[in-house]
Design a protein around this ligand. Structure first.
Ligand SMILES: CC(C)(COP(=O)(O)OP(=O)(O)OC[C@H]1O[C@@H](n2cnc3c(N)ncnc32)[C@H](O)[C@@H]1OP(=O)(O)O)[C@@H](O)C(=O)NCCC(=O)NCCS
Length: 174
């Protein structure tokens, strides 16, 4: 984990982001509301625009974890207007060969710090109920079930559990 670098993605990183995101959708199809088939059709301009937060007027933290120049993890934090007290986490993924080494923990830590600095009161996300690793991850870091189960996507038998973490500045968050 010590050699893994976490940094914010910029529009110039769109190819790196595209490759990591498509890898995550292909590798973990049951973890995300979107699908590889949906996103593989996006144009290069659309990938670039996704990371152009100024253009989109979006308050967000797109993070990549890198090891020796290769992307090994991804996560997005987004604060959706008008509810600026809530940060949402999306697209959390760690490369299978590097799981269990604390990369997701580090990504979540960055998200908490960012959300606290943005004066959010909580962080929300949704996790597929059968995804033991992700449920374990979020539960370990203070996320609790929040509301009824929902289908992962229209017509899916997989269900997601909305979860919330109330933000307090503890040593574990930061
Ligand atoms: C879920 C995921 C992001 C975890 O990434 P990771 O880097 O392996 O997680 P970490 O090593 O940081 O683990 C942190 C904590 O999560 C929990 N955890 C991680 N893997 C777990 C597993 N297989 N089973 C149960 N708990 C697990 C543990 O509490 C762990 O802390 P510990 O090592 O001190 O016990 C990763 O498995 C992944 O990318 N899965 C596919 C995509 C996905 O499901 N994304 C989530 C979408 S909501």
């Amino acid at each position: 984990m010590s050699d893994v670098r976490i940094r914010v993605l910029t529009p110039q990183d769109w190819q790196l982001y595209k490759s990591a995101r498509l890898k995550s959708l292909e590798e973990s199809p049951d973890s995300f509301g979107s699908t590889y088939e949906q996103e593989v059709t996006l144009s290069d301009a659309e990938w670039q625009t996704r990371l152009d937060l100024k253009l989109r007027g979006l308050e967000a933290l797109p993070l990549i974890a890198e090891l020796e120049g290769q992307s090994v993890g991804l996560a997005w934090g987004v604060i959706h207007e008008p509810d600026t007290k809530i940060a949402q986490i999306y697209q959390m993924w760690v490369s299978p060969t590097l799981r269990g080494k604390g990369i997701a923990k580090a990504l979540l830590g960055e998200m908490s710090t960012w959300a606290i600095n943005k004066r959010c009161e909580c962080i929300k996300l949704a996790v597929t109920t059968s995804n033991a690793a992700a449920v374990g991850l979020y539960t370990s870091y203070g996320y609790a079930p929040n509301g009824p189960l929902e289908p992962l996507r229209v017509g899916s038998e997989l269900m997601v559990q909305p979860m919330v973490k109330r933000l307090v500045s503890t040593a574990r968050d930061l």
